[in-house]
Design a protein around this ligand. Structure first.
Ligand SMILES: Cc1cc2nc3c(=O)[nH]c(=O)nc-3n(C[C@H](O)[C@H](O)[C@H](O)COP(=O)(O)OP(=O)(O)OC[C@H]3O[C@@H](n4cnc5c(N)ncnc54)[C@H](O)[C@@H]3O)c2cc1C
Length: 461
């Protein structure tokens, strides 16, 4: 029988919620240990949000090179050095890793590198990456094991060794022709970036449009952007089989008989929660049919003393939501009664231009029979976009009869930065006039909010 080490709290997975919980409890004097099988700090700083935005920004620089003459920059020759693009990204990721190590040190929270799994009540075994095991016990256990790219069970797909986002962010040469399976935000960001580095790119989407959950005007605008960037988009596509090896030569066979040939495949068609082989059933932690950990609106699992947070708990898959999961559990441990039900879920896809959204869409308002007034302006009406030569897109908002803002969607340069002002008004139930009447510095993108809310149609008499 291995001897067990007693802690106040164990955290399995050091994603956003997990590491914040470790640092919080550690700095408040608890004896706490976090277990991580891959990279300390979880997906966001290592293989997801931050490195992808770093690569997206390098691709933006490439697009400026392509557009140089427009700004009076004449360059005779330039080329993309993917190995240097990757080195630039790795440098940022390494700096983030350093920050994480320091935070563990400062907070007094311990960590162990290995795979964590339940072996009995209040007991977690770590299969250490370095070999051997440790057995840990604690009264409080937090699971934040995140999710991974789904590889659909399409004949030949696994055998083709497709790239996931992790491999795509580590490319050191530009693919000749990348086939992207999935037109969600991960697929779109990477498709556009890799296109801008010089690859041919084809996106294969099973739904009728890209960003199919957005309003039709948004999907159309996104589709137009991708067309203008020279990216082929195949919609309503069902892949029946895959041939070849990604990195060499691949062929996707579609159910309508069409064949798409390329050099690489990137799968970006969904996420699978990391909840397997963790002994959850041994301790009464139930999962849902989709494999997420079953939680209530306080993120308590079906086993007392065990919480789940972030992607693995089925929370919307964003780092800022995992952060809010942490805050919810932290506050409830301190005696609050916080719930995640009905919380605001803002999102921003870092395509160029960005697609930002919060609250109700027009489609949802219509489906739910919610009355609204629509205000919509082109980005061309925001003078800052003229100075940047980035006039594509529009912003729109839904305003209730009582003047509250119900929803906001923006497709335009830098529009992710417009979200918090609108979110604040929505959270505090302020009328739209609170934003309309602000004095906003000129010429900023945020000025667009004044124009947008000045264009709210009056209530019908
Ligand atoms: C390419 C890409 C770009 C993205 N961009 C954005 C963005 O711009 N903004 C945004 O908000 N979100 C973005 N996301 C989503 C975001 O990365 C995730 O929602 C977020 O990382 C989820 O955090 P989490 O707390 O659930 O855990 P994760 O960050 O997924 O971390 C979980 C950790 O647990 C570890 N783990 C799993 N099982 C075990 C085990 N049994 N034992 C020990 N360790 C284990 C994993 O190795 C991992 O490190 C992006 C995702 C991808 C793929």
């Amino acid at each position: 029988m291995p001897t067990s080490e007693q802690y106040d709290a164990i955290i399995i997975g050091t994603g956003e919620a997990g590491k914040l919980m470790a640092w919080h409890l550690g700095s408040h004097g608890s004896r706490v240990i976090a277990i991580e099988k891959d990279a300390l700090g979880g997906a966001c700083p290592n293989v997801a949000c931050l490195p992808s935005k770093n690569i997206v920004h390098s691709a933006k620089v490439a697009s400026f090179f392509q557009r140089g003459a427009e700004f009076g920059m004449i360059h005779s020759e330039w080329h993309v050095d993917m190995a240097a693009v990757r080195a630039h990204k790795r440098k940022m990721v390494e700096a983030e890793a350093e920050v994480h190590l320091n935070n563990f040190k400062k907070s007094g929270a311990e960590f162990a590198m290995g795979f964590g799994k339940f072996t009995g009540p209040k007991t977690v075994q770590v299969d250490l990456n370095a070999g051997g095991t440790r057995t840990l016990t604690a009264d409080k256990i937090f699971i934040d094991t995140g999710s991974r790219a789904t590889v659909d069970p399409i004949p030949g797909l696994i055998e083709a060794h497709p790239l996931t986002h992790i491999g795509a962010l580590e490319l050191d040469t530009v693919p000749e022709h990348l086939l992207v399976i999935g037109g969600g935000y991960v697929g779109l960001e990477l498709a556009q970036a890799i296109r801008r580095f010089g690859s041919r790119v084809t996106i294969v989407e099973r739904n009728a449009t890209l960003t199919h959950r957005e309003d039709p005007d948004v999907s159309e605008a996104v589709q137009q952007l991708f067309q203008d960037e020279g990216i082929d988009v195949v919609t309503n596509a069902t892949i029946s089989s895959v041939e070849g090896l990604s990195g060499a030569s691949v062929r996707l066979h579609l159910s309508n008989g069409a064949i798409l040939a390329g050099s690489h495949i990137l799968v970006a068609s969904g996420r699978t929660p990391n909840t397997q082989n963790m002994g959850l059933d041994l301790v009464g932690v139930q999962t849902t049919p989709s494999g997420h950990i079953r939680v209530n609106d306080r993120l308590e699992t079906t086993a007392p003393g065990i919480w789940a947070m972030g992607d693995c708990a089925g929370s919307p898959h964003f780092t800022h939501i995992s952060l809010d999961d942490f805050r919810t559990v932290r506050d409830n441990l301190a005696g609050a009664n916080r719930s995640i039900a009905g919380r605001q879920v803002p999102s921003c896809a870092f395509t160029d231009p960005e697609l930002a959204h919060v609250g109700l869409s027009e489609t949802e308002a219509k489906q739910q029979g919610i009355a609204y007034r629509l205000t919509k302006i082109p980005m061309l009406a925001v003078l800052r976009t003229h100075t940047l030569s980035e006039t594509r897109g529009f912003i729109k908002a839904l305003v209730a009869p009582d003047d509250r803002i119900l929803g906001f969607t923006a497709f335009g340069t830098g529009v992710g930065e417009l979200l918090p002002a609108v979110q604040l008004a929505m959270t505090k139930k302020l009328p739209y006039t609170a934003i309309r009447d602000l004095i906003i510095s000129h010429p900023t993108l945020a000025e667009g909010l004044v124009s947008l809310f000045s264009a709210v149609p009056p209530l019908p008499k």
